[in-house]
Design a binder for this molecule. Structure first.
Ligand code: TRH
Length: 359
C-alpha cells in the first residue's frame, strides 16, 4: 500500500522520531511505500542520518508544501494518510483526495498513552463532513490498543552486541571499565545537578553520558557559565553529540540506567530492559501527572510494595540515595517488563496493527 505520513514538528524531536521509526518499519519490514511530508526537514534528517542508504532511499521525505504544490501527488493518491499527533492536513492536499477516484483512509495517530480510557476510543471513527473516513489510532501498552513501535534487530544479534558506532567512538573511550553508566536526555526543568551530587554520595563510581544540550543545562543550573562543574571524581561526565536514532537506541542499550523523556526515548528505554526515569513532557494543566501515574500503574502492577515506592520516588525525582538500594530489584523488574512487552507485541506491534486495521 501507499502511505502518506504528515509530520508537523511542534518542538523537540519526538514527532519526527515517531514518524521516522514508523516509516522505517513500514518500508523495511513490510514492503510498504511511504512518503513523509514534514514541516521541518533538518530535524527529520538529523534523526535519519546514518541509516542504511537502501532503507532511506525507499522512504520519500518531502517538505510539507510538496504535498499540495506538486501535481504528481494529486494524480497518485495514497491508500492511507496518517495525521501524526492530530496535525491537520493541508487543505489543497485534502481537496486533491476528494476528487481522487479511490478514497484513502485517514488515520489520526495519537500520542502514546497508558490511560485506561483509550481502549474505548481506539479505532473509533471520527465522522468528517467531507466524507472520507477518518479514525483515531491510539498507541498503548494495554491489550486491544495500538501497541508500540518495535524495531527490527538483525537476525541473531541483540542491540548490545552491535559495534560501537563511529560517531561515539571518541566519547566511549572516556568510559571507565567496570563503572555503572547512566545516560541523560531530559527537559530543562529536571533537578539534575542536585541529583548527580546526591549520586556521588552513594560510594560508587558513575559515568554519566550527557546527550545534546544536557551539559549546558547543568552548567546553567550551577549558576555560572564559566566555572567548571564541581562534581566529585566518582562522577565522570561524558558529552556525546546528537547521534542518529539507531545510535541513540544503542546508547540506551549500553547504559545501566537511562533518563529519558517525551514519547519515543521513553519506549526505547523500556525496550533496553534497564531501569529508567521518564521525565515526562510537562503540561501546564498538570495532565502529565495523570499520564505518568497511569503508566506506573501498569509498569508496577506486579512489583513488590518496596519496589513500587522506590520506582515512584525515582520517577518523581527523589534523590538517588532515597531509592538506589532497590536498584538490583529494579533491574530484574526492567528485564521482566521488557520481555513481557515484547511478548505482548509479538504480533508485530503498532505497525502490524495499523496495517491490519487498514486492511
Ligand atoms: O525530543 P522529545 O522531547 O520529543 C517530544 C516532542 O517534544 C513532542 O512535541 C512532545 O509532545 C513529545 O516529546 C511528548 O522526546 P522523544 O519523544 O524521546 O524524542 C526524541 C527522539 O530523538 C527519539 O526518536 C530519539 C531521538 N534521539 C536521537 O536520534 N539522537 C539523540 O542523540 C537523542 C538524544 C535522541
Amino acid at each position: 500500500m501507499r502511505w502518506d505520513i504528515f509530520c508537523q514538528i511542534v518542538d523537540n524531536y519526538g514527532d519526527a522520531g515517531v514518524c521516522w521509526r514508523l516509516a522505517r518499519n513500514l518500508t523495511s519490514l513490510h514492503g510498504q511505500d511511504v512518503r513523509i511530508f514534514c514541516d521541518d526537514l533538518p530535524t527529520l534528517n538529523l534523526l535519519a542520518s546514518g541509516v542504511d542508504p537502501e532503507i532511506k532511499r525507499r522512504i520519500d521525505i518531502q517538505p510539507w508544501e510538496a504535498s499540495h504544490n506538486n501535481s504528481r501527488h494529486s494524480v497518485e493518491p495514497p491508500d492511507v494518510v496518517i495525521e501524526a499527533f492530530g496535525c491537520n492536513l493541508p487543505e489543497r492536499y485534502l481537496a486533491g483526495l476528494l476528487i481522487a477516484p479511490k478514497k484513502p483512509i485517514i488515520l489520526n495517530l495519537e500520542y502514546l498513552c497508558a490511560e485506561p480510557w483509550i481502549v474505548d476510543f481506539h479505532q473509533k471513527a471520527s465522522p468528517q463532513a467531507h466524507g472520507i473516513s477518518k479514525y483515531f489510532f491510539f498507541p498503548g501498552f494495554q491489550k486491544n490498543v495500538g501497541g508500540i513501535l518495535i524495531d527490527p534487530i538483525p537476525k541473531g544479534q541483540s542491540l548490545t552486541e552491535q559495534l560501537i558506532p563511529e560517531s561515539l567512538e571518541a566519547s566511549w573511550k572516556l568510559l571507565r571499565p567496570n563503572t555503572k553508566r547512566i545516560s541523560v536526555f531530559c527537559y530543562p526543568g529536571a533537578p539534575l545537578l542536585p541529583w548527580l551530587e546526591d549520586l556521588a554520595t552513594l560510594g560508587e563510581n558513575f559515568d554519566v553520558v550527557l546527550t545534546l544540550g544536557q551539559r549546558e543545562q547543568l552548567q546553567f543550573s550551577s549558576g555560572s557559565s564559566t566555572q567548571p562543574l564541581a562534581l566529585p571524581d566518582s562522577i565522570r561526565l561524558i558529552s556525546i553529540p546528537f547521534v542518529s536514532q539507531d545510535e541513540y537506541d544503542w546508547v540506551l542499550s549500553q547504559c545501566d540506567f537511562n533518563i529519558v523523556r517525551g514519547e519515543d526515548s521513553f519506549v526505547r528505554a523500556q525496550l533496553a530492559g534497564k531501569p529508567f526515569i521518564w521525565h515526562i513532557y510537562p503540561q501546564e494543566d498538570g495532565a502529565h501527572k495523570t499520564k505518568l501515574a497511569a503508566f506506573l500503574d501498569l509498569y508496577l502492577e506486579d512489583a513488590s510494595q518496596e519496589l513500587k515506592h522506590a520506582v515512584i520516588a525515582a520517577m518523581t525525582w527523589e534523590m538517588p540515595s532515597e531509592w538506589h538500594q532497590l536498584i538490583d530489584d529494579w533491574s530484574t523488574h526492567s528485564k521482566v517488563w521488557r520481555d513481557d512487552l515484547l511478548e505482548k507485541q509479538a504480533d508485530g506491534g503498532l505497525t502490524v496493527r495499523l496495517m491490519g486495521f487498514v486492511a
